[in-house]
Design a protein around this ligand. Sequence first.
Ligand code: NDP
Ligand code: 8X3
Length: 252
Amino acid sequence: MNKIAMVTGATAGIGMATAKMLAKNGYNLILTGRRSERLLAFENELINEFKIEVLSLNFDVRNRMETQKILSELPQKWEKIDVLVNNAGLASGLDFIHQGDIDDWETMIDTNIKGLLYVSRQIMPLMVNRKKGHIVNISSIAGKETYLKGNVYCATKHAVDSLTKAMRIDLLPYGIKVTSISPGMVETEFSEVRFHGDKERAKNVYAGLTPLFANDIADAIEFAITRPAHVNINDILIMPTAQANSSHTHRE
Ligand code: NDP
Ligand code: 8X3
């Protein structure tokens, strides 16, 4: 029987690369996202290429009722989740805090904090019952440092960092591993989403430097989930060589 992993936000970027890495490692996969066509196409690709089983769940993690309903009705054979990757997340906008768009703030808080909590609240009891499991939360350098105009995004990732620590404490008696992965700049759809579809502005974020790619983050996750049973990786802070921290990059 294959192990089971669940990845939220598997329709793009880090989530998609992580799902492929997990498929290569022989996991059966529960994949989530809002874009159903992409989800279905990806499901078919993984089944054909890796001969694994895939359960695609099409929902918005911000929707508490829907998230609860879908995850509380998981078919029994899918309940034995070994690895949960809480990846779904986004930045929306990059503004001075006194000029910030409150809709952007709500979107980030609802997705990055509340969505992660809604999903985890359904899956953690399944792991607790089995005294087994590994939760990987995708945080960010933005969860360690606060940068100009990053305000609310940084606050949501600081919250992810704090929730990761809280999970590690509360789930300790059950042998559940909890890891956070904290990347610097990764070229995905992230900046396009942050700048509300402005492709040119998004491209400029990575101009003149080599950023991380989604596969680099999947590699870090692979390292974390393949350690022996007695080893937990608390956090991996992973940056492009051309980025020292949130505010210092070297561009050619
Ligand atoms: P992408 O925009 O490429 O992917 C984001 C994924 O999250 C998509 O699959 C998207 O799916 C999903 N998602 C977003 N909102 C929701 C929602 N409300 N409900 C369900 N799924 C949702 O970005 P990345 O791959 O870069 O981002 C993944 C994670 O990595 C995020 O948590 C981000 O904060 C974090 N991160 C990114 C960095 C970067 O520089 N790229 C650096 C550090 C951390 P869909 O739209 O189909 O719902
Ligand atoms: C995304 C990376 O540097 O925009 O979390 O915060 S950054």
